[in-house]
Ligand binder design. Structure first.
Ligand code: B1M
Length: 219
């Protein structure tokens, strides 16, 4: 069992590798995390995602600009490639089909990809439409896929307005459709105002909330 001190050292190293946009170091420290028995999800959130939070602060302070954000994202993805296959979640939650995407106007997909990883790790079948997805496409794809849930993600205060529109289009096509939403600018009140059936703050609670939502459909 790894000591708390060593665990902190490894998580700090992963975080720093993201901030310093060092893909090789990030991948190497993620391998170390697994070799030394750290939980893959904890390393993802407290290492990789925490690094991205720091990057966001540097961007806000105008110490980093868009090119650095892109390089940091590459480093994060290099680490996620290593950790992803080892992420496991509660297998007792209900599973189903999820149609997932980042709404149009928004190309931030790191959070959506973490959400996808957690659903897949829990045994859900995920149909990922990617980022900057035209709203009509959610409606069209749902006609064929007939997913149990539709997951919409947005990272900007501007693009989150497209979530409300997407929910309107989806519910007009099928009033019974269930929509789960998430992303940094959203909160439970906004989600309710937009007509969503569920909201989740992070990738783990998204899977739990999805389980509750489809259970309600069954009873
Ligand atoms: Co930009 N960006 N960015 N960016 N970027 C933000 C979001 C911003 C807050 C930075 C800032 O100003 N401080 C700001 C938005 C401001 C606003 O709200 N209006 C911003 C901006 C302005 C922009 C551009 C406009 C910059 C420009 O070009 N001048 C541009 C937008 C272009 C566009 O989309 N049309 C832009 C571009 C980019 C990059 C491409 C360079 C890059 C994204 C790379 C990529 O995603 N592949 C990028 C990045 C990296 C960021 C920050 C720094 C980090 C985002 C991130 O990945 N976080 C971000 C600042 C910040 O967040 N601190 C910022 C880590 C991730 C794990 O968290 O995505 O929140 P998050 O996901 C979480 C939860 O939100 C939740 O679970 C996830 C995991 O726990 N969740 C869900 C997410 N989706 C969910 C769905 C669910 C449930 C939960 O159910 C379906």
């Amino acid at each position: 069992m790894v000591s708390e001190e060593r665990k902190t050292e490894i998580l700090d190293a992963i975080r720093n590798a993201v901030v310093q946009y060092d893909e090789d170091q990030c991948a190497a420290w993620c391998k170390t995390a697994l070799e030394e028995g750290l939980d893959a999800y904890e390393a993802t959130m407290k290492g990789l995602a925490a690094g991205m939070d720091t990057v966001g602060e540097l961007y806000t302070r105008q110490e980093y600009f868009v090119p650095e954000l892109l390089l940091c994202s590459d480093a994060l993805y290099a680490g996620l490639d290593i950790l992803r296959p080892h992420i496991r979640t509660d297998s007792t939650v209900l599973k189903g089909k999820l149609l997932l995407g980042v709404v149009e106007g928004d190309i931030h997909d790191i959070g959506k990809n973490l959400v996808k990883t957690m659903f897949e790790a829990s045994g859900w079948q995920v149909f990922d439409l990617g980022k900057d997805v035209k709203l009509d496409r959610f409606v069209e794809e749902q006609k064929n896929i007939k997913a149990d849930l539709i997951g919409l993600s947005a990272l900007m205060t501007t693009s989150m307005m497209a979530i409300e529109k997407a929910i309107g289009l989806l519910k007009a096509a099928d009033p019974k459709v269930k929509v789960l939403v998430g992303g940094a600018p959203l909160n439970p009140e906004i989600a309710t105002k937009f007509g969503a059936d569920g909201y989740a703050e992070d990738a783990v609670s998204a899977v739990q909330e999805a389980g509750r939502m489809i259970k309600k459909q069954l009873v």
